[in-house]
Structures are given as structure tokens and as C-alpha cells.
Design a protein around this ligand. Structure first.
Ligand code: ZN
Length: 152
């Protein structure tokens, strides 16, 4: 995105930002990160092919993939979106959201949300967690507290 916006682009971005502000944390996550699909037992029988059903673990929207029983090609994909997920498109033809507007809204909420810490990867098979060299761990090295004014 260009740093210098035209008046029209600025208005569009502001409209997208105000729409993003209305989203729940869950819907903001799904719209900015994509859905977190998890495979489910199919809840209906297709007329042909094989139905693979996925549900988003966050917003509970559902994705139906109809897959060829023979070679596994995707025959069709459909979505059953969670209530309130879909919102009407702007009448002026602009996009409802932009990645930048969603990112800006994530940044705005950072201070009021509590995030889970990064989870350590499991130790390689047969190794104790303590023996994993630091470079193989996904946690940054512990930083020591600087003494008062010593390391300004
Ligand atoms: Zn979702």
C-alpha cells in the first residue's frame, strides 16, 4: 500500500477501519488470519463423490469440499458461514475490508487482549526437554534484567 493515499483511498480505508472496529475478536481473527479449519464427520450425504466437511475452530463456519471418490479432485467447495459473519458489500463497489484495515484494528486491540504464550515445540523423540540446545527451541533466550542505569 502506498504511504501517500489519495482522498478517495483515505476515505475507503477509514470506512474499512470502522467496519473492522465492529467485528468481534473471533471474526477479526478469521478475517485477518483465515479460518482455522478442522475436519469433522460429514453431517449429510452427497449425491455423488465424497463429502469432506471442515469447521472453523474459532468462528464455527463450515466448509464443504466435494471430492471425487476416484482421484480426489475437488469437484466443488461450498461454505456455510456462521451467523453474522457475512456483511453486505459497500454499495460504492469498494472492498468491505482490506488487509491493512484489519491489521490496524488488530494493532488497536493489542493492548486490551490477553494472548496465550508461544507453546514450546515438543522435544525430539528420546530427548529430555532440558537437553534441547537453545537454537532448537522456539523460545527466545532469557534476557537478564539490566542493573539500574548500567545498560541504558
Ligand atoms: Zn473462522
Amino acid at each position: 500500500m502506498p504511504v501517500k493515499l489519495t482522498e478517495k483511498e483515505r476515505k475507503e480505508l477509514l470506512a474499512q477501519q470502522s467496519r473492522a472496529r465492529e467485528l468481534s475478536d473471533t471474526y477479526l481473527d478469521c478475517r485477518s488470519l483465515g479460518h482455522a479449519w478442522s475436519q469433522c464427520a460429514p453431517d449429510r450425504k452427497p449425491q455423488f463423490g465424497e463429502l469432506q466437511v471442515f469447521q472453523c475452530t474459532r468462528c464455527l463456519s463450515i466448509r464443504d469440499d466435494l471430492v471425487s471418490s476416484k482421484y480426489g479432485e475437488l469437484l466443488s467447495r461450498g461454505y456455510r458461514m456462521a451467523p453474522g459473519y457475512l456483511i453486505p458489500k459497500p454499495e460504492d463497489g469498494t472492498r468491505t475490508f482490506s488487509a491493512a484495515a484489519l491489521r490496524a484494528e488488530r494493532r488497536r486491540r493489542m493492548s486490551e487482549r490477553v494472548f496465550a504464550p508461544v507453546i514450546d515445540w515438543p522435544a525430539p523423540l528420546g530427548e529430555e526437554p532440558e537437553t534441547i540446545p537453545a537454537r532448537h527451541r522456539n523460545r527466545p533466550p532469557v534476557t537478564r534484567h539490566a542493573k539500574n542505569g548500567a545498560n541504558k
